[in-house]
Design a protein around this ligand. Structure first.
Ligand SMILES: Nc1ncnc2c1ncn2[C@@H]1O[C@H](COP(=O)(O)OP(=O)(O)OP(=O)(O)O)[C@@H](O)[C@H]1O
Length: 220
């Protein structure tokens, strides 16, 4: 499957946030979006998912325009920037809801074994984040959107998430954004920089310095 987001124009109160966006992502690949704070990365994912309506946008799936919101037309999972699971939800029920196997999870991540009957709100911030990422990535879908998946989780868990992303991309389109640019670069097949409201396809990493996203010398 090929997903394209094209010709996006987004304003908040007459302030133009996005203009002339083009992003292409396909099954079997991880597509990364980098950009400074406030440049519009979350807005872009919201527009892609279908829960933020810009002035203009065009989404194509396999070259055909999509007229419905993505989440209504295609099986899509979205990890938002902040907690989205109600705090009184039991982990067991959460895994059942997303049809993700708890035993497979705890076989791989043994630290979580005791928590099956815990409520989501009884976990630490990082534990909650990790569980959310895991279920979003592991549940059935064609497209996965991840907003800052590495934020707040410890280095070993970041490595774990990167492995899961690499496995899951075989059958999914994965689009992610995060400020941990080295981890993003490490796992992405296609990389965009969001700068001055437009996307730039990054072919050479030094372009990240040329566009002023990284300071000169950061990559050496
Ligand atoms: N509901 C809103 N009303 C008005 N302005 C908004 C709204 N949501 C976002 N903005 C503005 O739009 C711009 C883009 O915000 P967005 O959250 O998409 O950026 P971001 O790149 O994800 O930022 P960060 O990396 O800091 O999370 C910001 O300048 C923000 O102030």
């Amino acid at each position: 499957m090929i997903f394209e987001l094209d010709n996006v124009e987004l304003y908040f109160k007459n302030k133009r946030i996005l203009n002339g966006i083009y992003l292409k992502a396909e099954t079997g690949e991880v597509t990364g979006v980098l950009g400074r704070n406030g440049c519009g990365k979350t807005s872009l994912l919201d527009i892609a998912f279908g829960n933020l309506k810009p002035k203009y946008k065009l989404i194509r799936i396999d070259s055909k325009p999509l007229l419905k919101p993505l989440y209504k037309a295609i099986s899509t999972k979205y990890l938002p920037q902040y907690d989205s699971v109600p705090k009184n939800f039991k982990l067991k029920s959460l895994f059942e809801l997303f049809e993700v196997n708890w035993t497979t999870f705890t076989d791989q991540f043994e630290d979580y074994y005791p928590y099956q009957n815990y409520k989501f709100g009884q976990l630490s911030d990082g534990q909650r984040r990790f569980i959310e990422i895991y279920i979003v990535l592991k549940s059935n879908s064609d497209i996965v959107l991840l907003d800052e998946p590495f934020n707040g989780i410890s280095p070993l868990m970041i490595e774990g998430v990167k492995h899961i992303i690499s496995d899951e991309k075989l059958n999914k389109i994965i689009i992610l954004t995060d400020h941990r640019y080295e981890d993003v670069i490490d796992i992405t097949d296609t990389l965009y920089l969001l700068n001055n409201g437009t996307t730039k396809l990054i072919k050479e990493l030094n372009e990240l310095e040329d566009y002023g996203y990284l300071s000169v010398g950061s990559l050496s």
